[in-house]
Design a protein around this ligand. Structure first.
Ligand SMILES: NCc1[nH]cc(CCC(=O)O)c1CC(=O)O
Length: 311
């Protein structure tokens, strides 16, 4: 089959699209990339949480597929909103290895080694919240841009440390280029829904081809994570962390966190289920947290983020 992949132009997006391109070529297909700019690529000076709207990194690619200009798009699953436009589907979720966030520094070995008032770069409310909860003495400074830009800023000495997804660093071969790179314990920093997985969105005509790239374990875990976030009505730009882990014995442990971006309040919960019957785990965990005030906390978190930005 002749297939067109709609892709963003960032290094990470191109790596991911080329990775899927070569897997499809190995299966005998002819594959071409088409580059599109998304809103998230154009607005570089505003924290994503404040640009608003879902699908900042996906909409233009989806529009291209709906216009018939492309058959599929390879996304970082965590950037894909929980609800897809009509006519498109997630045909495959790829295997994830290290799901954790990573600590990166040229000077310090770990979060524990950071001195008081050390400057840490991240714009993610989820990362800021969990880091400040653990180390209220740290200073968090905004850091946006592509993965390569963010590493350049760390190397320029603007930050004592930064936080990025381990998976993205590994794909781009950056694990060796920074002096200290360390996965952060998931109990300290719960990742974002879908982190480390690629989500391949496609038109129905190519579903049969795309499906062959699906990893069942990754699909089950991320379905739970996405249902959790969907039930709470949050995108990837809100202070929500969730991680489902399917163990070899079939048990599934799902842990989640929501809270205030300044780390002053954190609500954590978990649910244990089994792969034989996992379809409602995400919803059940969300409902349990809603009973404990989750939505009220998320609403306050959003108000504070906007007020801070206006100042
Ligand atoms: N929001 C940007 C984004 N989307 C996916 C990844 C990393 C790779 C992944 O989680 O699959 C990143 C960068 C980061 O958070 O460090």
């Amino acid at each position: 089959m002749r297939l067109i992949i709609a892709t963003r132009g960032s290094k990470l997006a191109l790596w991911q699209s080329n990775h899927i391109k070569s897997l499809l070529e190995d299966m005998g297909h002819e594959v071409e990339l088409q580059i599109f700019k998304t809103k998230g690529d154009k607005i570089l000076d505003t924290p994503l949480a404040l640009i608003g709207g879902k699908g900042l990194f996906t909409k233009e690619l989806e529009d291209a597929m709906l216009r018939g200009e492309a058959h599929l798009a390879v996304h970082s699953l965590k950037d894909v909103p929980t609800q897809l436009p009509q006519g498109l589907m997630l045909g495959a979720i790829t295997k994830r290895e290290v799901v954790n966030d990573a600590f990166l520094s040229e000077k310090y070995e770990s979060i524990e080694d950071l001195p008081p008032n050390a400057v840490v770069g991240t714009t993610s409310l989820r990362r800021r919240m969990q880091l400040l909860h653990y180390r209220p003495d740290l200073q968090i400074k905004d850091l946006r841009g592509n993965v390569d830009t963010r590493i350049k800023k760390l190397k320029n000495g603007e930050f004592d440390a930064i936080i990025l997804a381990y998976a993205g660093l590994k794909r781009l071969g950056f694990l060796e280029s920074v002096r200290f790179v360390k996965p952060i314990d998931e109990n300290l920093m719960i990742p974002a829904m879908g982190q480390a997985a690629l989500g391949i969105e496609c038109v129905p005509e190519v579903l049969e081809v795309v499906e062959t790239l699906n990893d069942k374990k990754s699909q089950i875990e991320t379905e739970i994570e996405r249902e959790f976030v969907d039930t709470l009505q949050g995108g990837c730009q809100v202070p929500i962390g969730v991680r489902a882990q399917l163990l070899d014995n079939g048990d599934i442990i799902t842990k989640a966190v929501i809270g205030m971006p300044d780390g002053s309040e954190l609500l954590k919960d978990k649910i244990i289920g089994n792969v034989e019957n996992y379809s409602d785990l995400g919803k059940e965990l969300a409902q349990s947290m809603i009973e404990n005030g989750a939505q009220e906390i998320l609403k306050r978190a959003e108000e504070i983020a906007f007020a801070e930005h206006k100042r």
